[in-house]
Design a protein around this ligand. Structure first.
Ligand code: SF4
Length: 375
């Protein structure tokens, strides 16, 4: 990456570094992927950094622990099936991250024999953007590499009074240049993590707590009274409403599931066979028609359950209808029947899992109690 001219006078840079590291030493957040200086496990650092993208720390911790319990090493992750990885990822969202994690683990072992020790080699792996490569290189290997996520961009925009939307290319380049200057020196991993923590706990989006900020004397936005103006808020598109109808087809006490195509929303996950319902359309008719086009002739019955979820760019509403089929297509392909005891280990999205759990007892598959399969 070509970085523009320096943005900080060196005295201010030194003061900022000193204050950030002193604040880190005085008591940073204890998190399960953080290790004492020099003892970081590159594999764990990497997993945590991928999970933390677009997700709050508190939400990540239980998923991280569950994931590490099943895949404690790079080798265990590389050997796992995609279904196993997605099942442990289930609920974290952005499922492409889970798929790329496994692909990157395989490539790391094949090409480097482990997590590679340079930003360039890391950046060439599936799922590694500049942020993840910089975070792993600095935290796991102590390399002087910057990493700028949303929190860090906000802190840097305020510290350096950098104008412009952080996602605009020129502003982005300036923020990365500022981060690269700051990280130059001892303890780059701790410095990057101090910036992350400052953004998460002190320099908040709407209400920066400047009175409690360890770097307030070095902050240009604070000095000019502009801490609430910078960076400018991003114009948000209203989330698109997505209405989906699903069929609950039970055969022999097992629930019919369909695998989604690999790309796009919930790519590669299992779900109840379903169809998007266009505005003004009738859900049961739209569902029957869409499934018939996929070779599944379903008689759609009464509504059984409904759940709603707010995703980053969508408002998702799933409605489950009882469904019955005269004959299922031959096994294999994108369809499978799953017994109730198999569901916890299957890669379902959190929305599908919630929908299955919301089904009334009469609509669920039951291991011991066969339910009526026809209305
Ligand atoms: S002084 Fe205020 S605006 Fe500046 S970094 Fe600290 S919390 Fe953020």
């Amino acid at each position: 990456m070509v970085l523009p001219m320096p943005v900080l006078p060196s005295a201010r840079r030194s003061a900022l570094r000193r204050r950030l590291l002193a604040w880190w030493d005085a008591g940073h957040r204890e998190l399960p992927w953080r290790f004492p200086t020099g003892e970081a496990d590159p594999y764990r650092v990497w997993i945590s950094e991928v999970m933390l993208q677009q997700t709050q720390v508190a939400a990540v911790v239980p998923y991280y622990l569950r994931f590490l319990e099943r895949f404690p090493t790079l080798e265990a992750l590389a050997e796992a099936s995609e279904d196993e990885v997605l099942a442990r990822w289930s609920g974290l969202g952005y499922y492409a991250r889970g798929r790329r994690l496994r692909a990157a683990a395989r490539e790391m072992l094949a090409r480097h024999g482990g997590v590679p020790r340079s930003r360039e080699a890391l950046a060439a792996l599936p799922g590694f953007g500049p942020y993840t490569a910089g975070a792993v290189a600095s935290i796991a290997f102590g390399l002087e590499e910057p990493c700028v996520d949303g929190n860090v961009a906000r802190v840097l925009a305020r510290l350096g009074c950098v104008e412009g939307a952080p996602e605009a290319p020129a502003t982005r380049a300036r923020l990365w240049a500022l981060a690269a200057e700051l990280v130059r020196g001892p303890r780059p991993g701790e410095l990057n993590q101090a910036l992350m923590d400052l953004g998460a706990t002190v320099c908040g989006k709407a209400a920066p707590r400047c009175a409690r900020c360890p770097v307030a004397p070095c902050c240009a936005a604070r000095a000019r009274g502009r801490e609430r103006e910078l960076p400018p808020a991003r114009a948000r598109r209203a989330p698109r409403r997505l209405e989906v109808a699903c069929a609950v087809v039970v055969q022999g006490g097992r629930l019919l599931l369909e695998r989604r195509p690999p790309g796009g929303l919930f790519g590669g996950l299992w779900e109840l066979p379903g169809a998007e319902v266009a505005p003004g359309a009738t859900a049961p008719a739209a569902l029957a028609e869409a499934l018939a086009l996929r070779g599944l002739r379903v008689r759609v019955g009464k509504e059984l359950a409904r759940v709603e979820r707010v995703l980053t760019h969508r408002r998702l509403a799933l409605t489950a209808f009882r469904g019955s089929v005269a004959r299922l297509p031959p096994p294999g392909g994108q369809l499978r029947l799953a017994a109730p005891e198999e569901l916890p280990a299957l890669a379902l999205s959190a929305a599908t899992r919630a929908l299955v759990e919301a089904l009334p007892a009469s609509g669920r598959p039951a291991a011991r109690r066969r339910i009526r399969e026809e209305e």
